[in-house]
Design a protein around this ligand. Structure first.
Ligand code: XMP
Length: 498
């Protein structure tokens, strides 16, 4: 059992997810009967136990919207000016299914050649043309593949080939999605701009979106006003109190205190201050890896804890600072303590497959917080580019990389006042993973298969099995780990899902 593995007096090692394997149990239910409902904080439940990391290459509003629609939650990073971060939160709260509230617009002076470049980086093909190329300006027309396909001179300006406003169907703001849908069907158009009485563009409705995803049964929503839930990261500087106020005014549901070592007097004061000013706001504190650190933050009033130190894919903390803990040991130990207080924990970092999420939940986590696993999806910040060998890539960087710290995240590593910034992370690239709306369903399906193999029909049942010692693990030797991966082939191709 986990208590035998982690509690053994002779155990000298910290264990990682890969050091362990779950032994199968008895299956008496189908994979579709597995429920993944779990907790992000004391008061916020999730139907999908996956959280996107507060990193500037992972979570801004597009990601937070997609994560919440898929039943998880996104934490908007804090490397942004206060007002910008608050606007990102407000965008999630304002989201209305089916309405694209900030469609990418283009100016009438743009050439088809430049539009082609934009299309290849963004991956969609229809754009509203507005007076100044910005959202909220006067709508002049729409330009889609049909307008540009057969034009030989790619230097032609969009004003000459766009479908002008007079030939478009439009609706006025305030309409609902059913009316919009109806008009799109009757008119057989692909895109429906929503405008004010004076012709300013306020939103766009796309036929493809309506067909795809009006209904998200797992969405993480407020039970009454139905707004999507969203979290945002903050630091521990005195100025961060202003940040909290702005985020609350924008409607944030939880704040996540972003620190590589959470058991600091700065964080204790921040948690207590937030709980005294905004008792209903959920506070996720961390990061911690020991019971003592966790106990201190729980006593300050934390509503959840983030667990992990130096084990993320982009982290160099353990190398540079000699501090941290192997993640399976950290998750098990902190979860055991936090459970006594009813405080959920997030297993943060080091997750590179659905199997790692199964293990994190099996060791007591309420949800897995992921950076690299979700980086490279369409909804993350940043644009795709191509490597020399033709791979479609996006940037992914640690918040402790020098580049990220220069944007503000040095507070996470207590580096604000330091003359020399010491990197605790690296910058890199990851391959295109497509949309979160395809990727999260793949992860959750993998997760369900794993829980079915173990014989647990819900996360609650899995964790009861953990407590009662019915959940069995085995430690894996290096050879066992090799055996558990693909081996013995000359070459192979790995397709993750279909
Ligand atoms: P993954 O493995 O999901 O890890 O990519 C994401 C988590 O790693 C933490 N993080 C860092 N840790 N240096 C660190 O030591 C860094 O530069 C860094 N950036 C992020 C963070 O907890 C995140 O959720």
């Amino acid at each position: 059992s986990a208590s035998e593995i982690f509690g053994s007096k002779t155990a000298m090692s910290g264990y990682t997810y890969d050091d362990l394997i779950c032994l199968p149990g008895h299956i008496n239910f189908g994979v579709h009967d597995v429920a993944l409902g779990s907790r992000f904080t004391k008061k916020i439940a999730l139907k999908t136990p996956i959280v996107s990391s507060p990193m500037d290459t992972v979570t801004e509003s597009n990601m937070a919207i997609a994560m919440a629609l898929e039943g998880g939650i996104g934490v908007i990073h804090t490397n942004l000016p206060i007002e910008t971060q608050a606007q990102e939160v407000a965008r999630v709260k304002k989201y209305k299914a089916g309405f694209i509230l900030e469609p990418r617009c283009v100016p009438p002076t743009m050439t088809i050649e430049d539009l082609d470049k934009l299309k290849s980086t963004l991956g969609f093909t229809g754009f509203p043309v507005t007076e100044n190329g910005q959202m909220g300006a006067k709508l002049l027309g729409l330009v889609t593949k049909r307008d540009t396909d057969f034009i030989v001179d790619r230097k032609t300006r969009l004003s000459q080939i766009m479908t002008p406003c007079a030939n478009l169907v439009t609706m006025f703001e305030g309409c609902d999605l059913y009316e919009a849908n109806d008009l799109l069907q009757k008119s057989k158009k692909g895109k429906l701009p929503i405008i004010t009485k004076s012709g300013l563009l306020v939103a766009l409705v796309a036929r493809t979106d309506i067909k795809k995803n009006v209904d998200f049964p797992n969405a993480t929503k407020h039970p009454v006003n139905k707004e999507l839930l969203v979290a945002a990261a903050i630091g521990t500087r005195p100025a961060d109190r202003e940040r909290v106020k702005a985020l609350v005014a924008a409607g944030v549901d939880a704040v996540v205190i972003d620190s590589s070592q959470g058991d600091s007097v700065f964080q204790h004061e921040m948690v207590k201050w937030i709980k005294s000013q905004f008792p209903d706001l959920q506070v996720v504190a961390g990061n911690v890896v020991t019971k003592k650190q966790a106990q201190n933050l729980i006593e300050c009033g934390a509503d959840a804890l983030r667990v992990g130190m130096g084990i993320g894919s982009i982290c160099t903390t353990q190398e540079v600072c000699a501090c941290g803990r192997a993640q399976a040991s950290a998750v098990y130990n902190v979860a055991k303590l936090a459970r006594l207080y009813g405080v959920p924990i997030l297993a943060d970092g080091g997750i590179s497959s659905p199997g790692h999420i199964v293990k994190a939940l099996s060791l007591g986590a309420g949800a897995a917080m992921c950076g690299s696993l979700l980086a490279g999806t369409a909804e993350t910040p940043g644009e795709y580019f191509y490597s020399e060998d033709g791979k479609r890539l996006k940037r992914y960087r640690g918040m402790g990389s020098i580049d990220a710290m220069k944007k503000g995240s040095d507070d996470r590593y207590f580096g604000t006042a330091a003359a020399i910034k010491v990197a605790q992370g690296v910058s890199g690239t990851v391959q295109d993973k497509g949309s979160i709306h395809k990727y999260i369903p793949y992860l959750t399906q993998g997760l369900k298969h794993g829980m079915q193999d173990i014989g647990a029909q819900s996360v609650d049942q899995l964790q009861s099995m953990l407590q009662e010692g019915h959940l069995r693990f085995e430690l894996r030797s290096a050879a066992a780990q090799r055996e558990g991966g693909v081996h013995g082939l000359h070459s192979f191709e790995r397709k993750l899902f279909d």
